[in-house]
Design a binder for this molecule. Structure first.
Ligand SMILES: [Fe+2]
Length: 143
């Protein structure tokens, strides 16, 4: 599976703890157009991620479908969470089996974004793994 993206990210400071985390989010392409994605946190030895599920399943949809899902979930007492990652807008919700689901909407310039990530994926990952944790996601809206 080819490495097609390595998003180097730095979270906003947590409003209570002040904690800010750095991670790399890699994507490996599947032949059907999907991808397997993996995270590595810079401080994962000090703050291990609790792995209680097989991760999460992300499904692409259009903005109208995502909004309909949000509306239906809210109308039925659920609390979906929507985050703009810059390269997609994601809505997260757990299904009745406690599996985290993500419904993603690509921005209009997704092909440009993907091409830029593909061109830099290996060098960005190498840089991050060598200790330069400078984020490369300048399209994520910052609060
Ligand atoms: Fe995801």
């Amino acid at each position: 599976m080819p490495l097609v993206a390595a998003w180097c990210e730095r979270t906003e400071r947590h409003r209570d703890t002040g904690l800010q985390r750095e991670f790399v989010h890699t994507f490996f392409a599947l032949e059907d157009g999907g991808a397997l994605a993996f995270f590595q946190y810079a401080d994962q030895d000090e703050r291990p991620i609790e792995l209680t599920s097989p991760g999460h399943l992300a499904l692409a949809c259009d903005a109208e479908t995502q909004q309909q899902l949000v509306d239906r979930l809210k109308a039925n007492g659920y609390d979906p969470h929507v985050t703009n990652h810059g390269y997609c807008v994601s809505m997260y919700i757990k299904d009745p089996n406690n599996l985290q689901l993500e419904f993603t909407v690509d921005p209009p310039d997704v092909d440009e974004i993907n091409a830029r990530q593909l061109a830099n994926a290996h060098s960005d990952l190498k840089r991050w793994l060598s200790g330069d944790r400078t984020p490369n996601n300048d399209i994520r809206p910052h609060r």
